[in-house]
Design a protein around this ligand. Structure first.
Ligand SMILES: [Zn+2]
Length: 308
């Protein structure tokens, strides 16, 4: 064999071996990412912020979908079957659709009580209740109001709970998860003064909600929830309730009607007109393209401030 040909073949073999080695390194690294499935998008955003390059996170609840009443696709059980960690809102928000999916997935890692099952409502959240409630009466918040993720304090508690759970599942990156949760705390803390300033003109304003999705947000911002279009969470309104609601809203000088982007707007629009209020359509969850919790709060406060 000619020397230059032999050298060429040797180089080719070396190049092939290098590519193989690189592929060999890349495959375990990709496989080692913690697979996280969340129900709502906001939890997915928090996982991405805390987990960074060590996680692969997907959310099941799409945009403008009522998280109480998701209609699951068969692929969701397949997604759950390979998950290392399932994170859900709890307080029965997902009661109608998540337990059957977890059963279908046949994945012991994410069953209730396993390390791979995190109920975010256990992260030290101060749960609001609207008095005695039962599902028998049609109320879909029997364990308290589950829409707690829309305040920074709660989001940060959830983020730290996520960091702790990721560290338990993936101890090699425990310090990184903790650092990332602390970095998120710093970003949110740095934005608080601006949020307070944006919300200042709204302080004390009366609001009517469609569903009780905004109770935590309004309390944080100093707004006053004077009533809801649904007489109980999940129960559709009747004319008598709506007439009483308009009277109350007028008497208390309410300024805004807040409606979730997944509810029909005609009733909310009518109540706003009758009560002399502005209608605000707010997303109650992050979207599939939301990249940070700060971005979500910025969006919500921007919509609220724009409507006053
Ligand atoms: Zn609800």
């Amino acid at each position: 064999m000619r020397p230059d040909l032999r050298q060429f073949l040797l180089r080719l073999c070396f190049a092939a071996a290098t590519v193989t080695a690189l592929l060999g390194l890349a495959r375990p690294a990709a496989a080692a990412r913690v697979k996280v499935v969340t129900t709502i998008q906001t939890l997915r955003v928090l996982v991405d912020e805390v987990g960074g390059p060590h996680v692969l996170a997907v959310a099941l609840v799409g945009e403008h979908v009522d998280p109480h009443r998701l209609d699951p696709r068969p692929s969701y059980a397949v997604t759950l079957s390979t998950a290392d960690l399932l994170i859900h809102v709890g307080l029965e928000l997902e009661k109608s659709w998540l337990p059957p999916l977890v059963a279908q997935a046949r994945n012991p890692r994410i069953r209730t009580g396993a390390a791979g099952n995190l109920d975010a409502s256990t992260a030290g959240i101060a749960i609001k209740t609207d008095g005695p409630a039962t599902r028998a009466s049609g109320d879909i918040h029997p364990l308290g109001n589950p829409h707690y993720w829309l305040t920074p304090d709660h989001a940060l508690r959830i983020a730290h709970a996520i960091a702790a759970r990721l560290a338990a599942i993936d101890p090699a990156h425990a310090a990184d998860y903790q650092r990332r949760a602390s970095d998120l705390t710093a970003r949110v803390t740095a934005r608080r003064a601006a949020w307070t300033e944006i919300a200042r003109p709204l302080a004390g304003a009366g609001v009517v909600s469609y569903h009780r999705s905004w109770s935590y947000l309004t309390e944080w911002l100093g707004l006053v929830e004077v009533g809801a279009i649904e007489p109980k969470p999940g129960v559709p309104p009747d004319p008598r309730h709506l007439a009483e609601l308009v009277r109350t809203a007028k008497a208390r000088g309410a300024r805004l009607v807040l409606v979730e982007s997944y509810f029909p707007r005609n009733t909310a629009q009518r109540i706003a007109e009758l009560g002399g209020m502005r209608l605000v359509v707010l997303p109650s969850d992050a979207s599939a393209t939301t990249r940070s919790y700060v971005e979500l709060v910025d969006q919500q406060l921007g919509l609220l401030a724009g409507a006053r």
